[in-house]
Design a protein around this ligand. Structure first.
Ligand SMILES: [Zn+2]
Length: 284
C-alpha cells in the first residue's frame, strides 16, 4: 500500500486522465435515464480538533458550492423516488450527516439552512439524551460534545429530516440477538419521535461498512416502519435498484477523493457490490 502522501497525487492524475471519459459517460447516462444518485455522508464540520471524521468549515462550504454548480441537491425522499422510478436523467446529490456533533450547529448547519439546501441528520439518541461524548472520541482523546436535545428540536422545527443512528452507536453487524437489535434500531426511532414530535423515517447504520450491516437489521428497520436505511461503504444508487437501501459515499476532505467519487469513478461503479439485504422493492 502506498503512503497517503503518494496516493493523493496519483488519484488526482487518475481523475484528470479519466475525466473526459467520465463526462461522456455522464452524458450517455442522462440520455438513457440511468444517472446515479450520489448520497454523501459527513460527520463533523469544525476548525478545531481535526481528525478523520472532521472537515474544515471552509473545505465543507467549498465542496457544497462545487456540488451546487454541477448537480441538483435533493432530499432523501426525492432520491428514493428517483431510484425507485427506473429513470433518472438529472445528476443529483443527497447530503447527510452522521452521529450528531454540537459543533455542526456553530456554522455548517445554519449556513445550509440559510441557503435552503436540504440534508438529513442522523443521531445516536443516547448521546443526545445524556450529553456524553462518543466512545470513539473518548478513545481518541477528544471528548467532543454531541448535539443537545434542544439543538435537534430546533433543526427539526427548521424542516431538517432527523434520522436514527441507533441508541448507543451500535455495530448492528455484531448483534445477533433480535431483542438487542430491536432496542437499538426501533428504540432510537422512538426516542427521537418523542424528542421532536415528528415521524422518524430514515435509519443510518453506525460505521456503515458491509460487516456492520445485517439482513436481520434491515428486516427490523423495515418492520419498524422506516422508509429507508443508509449504509456507508461507498457505492452509487442507480435507477431501478432497491430504494429502501441508500448507499452512501464519504464527504472526504481530500479534493481528489471527493471529485473522484462524485464524478462517478468507473472502477467503483463496477466493483462496489450492493449488500445482499433482501429486496424491498415490491414494498414501494
Ligand atoms: Zn456514526
Amino acid at each position: 500500500m502506498l503512503p497517503e502522501a503518494c496516493r493523493e497525487p496519483l488519484l488526482g492524475m487518475y481523475y484528470l486522465a479519466t475525466l473526459p471519459g467520465r463526462r461522456q459517460a455522464a452524458a450517455r447516462r442522462a440520455i438513457e435515464g440511468s444517472a446515479p444518485i450520489r448520497t454523501l455522508f459527513y460527520h463533523r464540520v469544525a476548525d478545531d480538533h481535526p481528525n478523520g471524521w472532521t472537515i474544515s468549515t471552509e473545505r465543507f462550504k467549498d465542496q457544497i458550492e462545487w456540488i451546487q454548480e454541477r448537480y441538483e441537491i435533493i432530499t432523501l425522499i426525492e432520491a428514493q423516488r428517483r431510484i425507485g422510478s427506473d429513470q433518472n436523467s438529472t445528476a443529483a446529490v443527497c447530503l447527510t450527516f452522521d452521529d450528531g456533533y454540537a459543533d455542526n450547529c456553530r456554522e455548517a448547519l445554519p449556513w445550509l439552512l440559510d441557503k435552503q439546501i436540504p440534508f438529513t441528520y442522523f443521531v445516536s439518541t443516547n448521546r443526545v439524551n445524556t450529553g456524553e461524548p462518543f466512545d470513539h472520541d473518548v478513545e481518541a482523546g477528544q471528548p467532543l460534545a454531541p448535539n443537545s436535545i434542544e439543538e435537534i428540536r430546533v433543526l427539526a422545527e427548521a424542516g431538517v429530516e432527523i434520522g436514527a443512528h441507533t441508541r448507543s452507536h451500535a455495530d448492528c453487524g455484531k448483534i445477533d440477538n433480535e431483542d438487542e437489535l430491536y432496542d437499538e434500531i426501533v428504540g432510537s426511532k422512538r426516542d427521537l419521535e418523542a424528542m421532536i414530535h415528528r415521524p422518524v423515517r430514515y435509519f443510518a447504520f453506525p460505521f456503515g461498512l458491509e460487516e456492520n450491516l445485517s439482513r436481520a437489521a434491515f428486516r427490523t428497520a423495515f418492520r419498524a416502519g422506516f422508509w429507508g436505511v443508509c449504509s456507508a461503504y461507498g457505492g452509487y444508487n442507480l435507477p431501478g435498484e432497491d430504494p429502501f437501501h441508500i448507499q452512501r459515499i464519504h464527504g472526504d476532505s481530500s479534493w481528489a477523493r471527493f471529485c473522484n467519487w462524485l464524478t462517478v469513478d468507473p472502477r467503483k461503479l463496477r466493483n462496489v457490490q450492493r449488500f445482499n439485504a433482501g429486496d424491498y422493492r415490491l414494498c414501494f
